[in-house]
Design a protein around this ligand. Structure first.
Ligand code: AVI
Length: 330
């Protein structure tokens, strides 16, 4: 028996020479800055996506399970907000688990568009979901949507519901988040909307533990970045030289994540002129991620400034996490 079909658009192709050259350039520029940095999108090779899945199961990492509990508690209101006959556009779908749980709970779109940078991982997960729910039209898009959001031309404009759970919005700094949200508002009409999960400001100890768990899974997720960079850039980072550092910066309301050199070392990678070098002193850090936390009022204001109105919010009893629904104000 043939399995039900999903449509795939692979806009991002890590292996196309042109895109690969752009990604290598981006990595090299980041590594050569005074404060070296690697963009968080490089976390998500196949192993990185699996490690992130494992993070979501950790006792310390409360966002995923708190968000799931909000969905269960407020399902009727969420269903009512989304309405019927809509297209769910899942930004950073990962293993499609969150959308799948919504569908199995009876919140059913007529069309599901799964977008992710981890193309292979998304394709496998989407094909599995299609086998479970063959009646829903499913489209997969391999895309770095943090830069551009190119949707298929034949995707109807009406009732586009953007789905951005998990507080991934926190991985942008607030001005970039506003810009990104504005792009979403521009790609829907007044019948559309945005369902978005946001991690809320809370006690420092809880936040620190969520990003530096006792088992070391977040450390592995962070250090795996260097494996991915070695593969992409032909670099020679020795992973055992680097340790995970993560802490809450209360002034900027964000977790900051770094890789810290355990000793003085040099990393190198080839370029047209030979080899590029970056020397690191012992204790020097590579910035790998920020994860911004918001107050309910702060995120409401951000949505409004990005062109959204009719804003609703649901939260958990401890007010650790919030789910917002908003419509483009047109
Ligand atoms: C994907 N993103 C929302 C996660 C977060 O919480 O910022 C990524 C993560 N980094 C470390 N743990 C989880």
């Amino acid at each position: 028996m043939s399995s039900p079909q999903v449509r795939l658009h692979q806009i991002l192709d890590w292996d196309s020479p042109q895109q690969n050259a752009g990604l290598r350039r981006e990595l090299a520029i980041g590594l050569l800055q005074t404060q070296a940095s690697i963009a968080p999108k490089f976390f998500y090779d196949k192993l990185g996506s699996r490690l992130f899945e494992a993070i979501t199961e950790l006792p310390e990492y409360y966002p995923t399970r708190t968000e799931a509990a909000i969905f269960i508690e407020h399902l009727p209101a969420i269903r009512q907000a989304l309405g019927a006959d809509f297209t769910l556009i899942d930004l950073g779908c990962g293993n499609c688990g969150k959308a799948g749980r919504l569908f199995h709970a009876g919140v059913l779109p007529s069309r599901y568009v799964a977008v992710d940078i981890s193309v292979e991982f998304m394709r496998d997960s989407l094909q599995q979901l299609k086998r479970e729910l063959p009646a829903i039209e499913m489209i997969g898009i391999g895309l770095d949507f943090t830069h551009e959001l190119e949707l298929p031309d034949d995707l109807p404009l009406e009732r586009r519901m953007f789905f951005y759970p998990g507080s991934s919005i926190g991985n942008f700094n607030p001005p970039e988040a506003r810009q990104f949200l504005r792009r979403l508002a521009d790609q829907a009409d007044a019948s559309g909307g945005l369902l978005i999960g946001v991690d809320l400001i809370k006690e420092t100890a809880l936040l620190d533990a969520a990003y530096d768990d006792a088992l070391g899974v977040t450390a592995a997720f962070n250090r795996n970045l260097l494996r991915h960079v070695n593969a992409r850039l032909d670099a020679d980072f020795d992973i055992s030289d680097w340790q995970h550092v993560a802490f809450y910066n209360a002034v900027d309301a964000r977790i900051e994540m770094y890789l810290e050199a355990r000793r003085a070392l040099t990393a190198s990678w080839p370029d047209v002129a030979g080899r590029n070098l970056r020397q690191f002193a012992a204790g020097e850090r590579i910035h790998t991620e920020n994860s911004h936390k918001y107050s309910p009022e702060g995120f409401t204001a951000l949505l409004a400034s990005a062109g959204f109105g009719d804003i609703r919010m649901w939260t958990d009893p401890r007010k650790w996490f919030a789910l917002f629904f908003a419509r483009p104000a047109k």
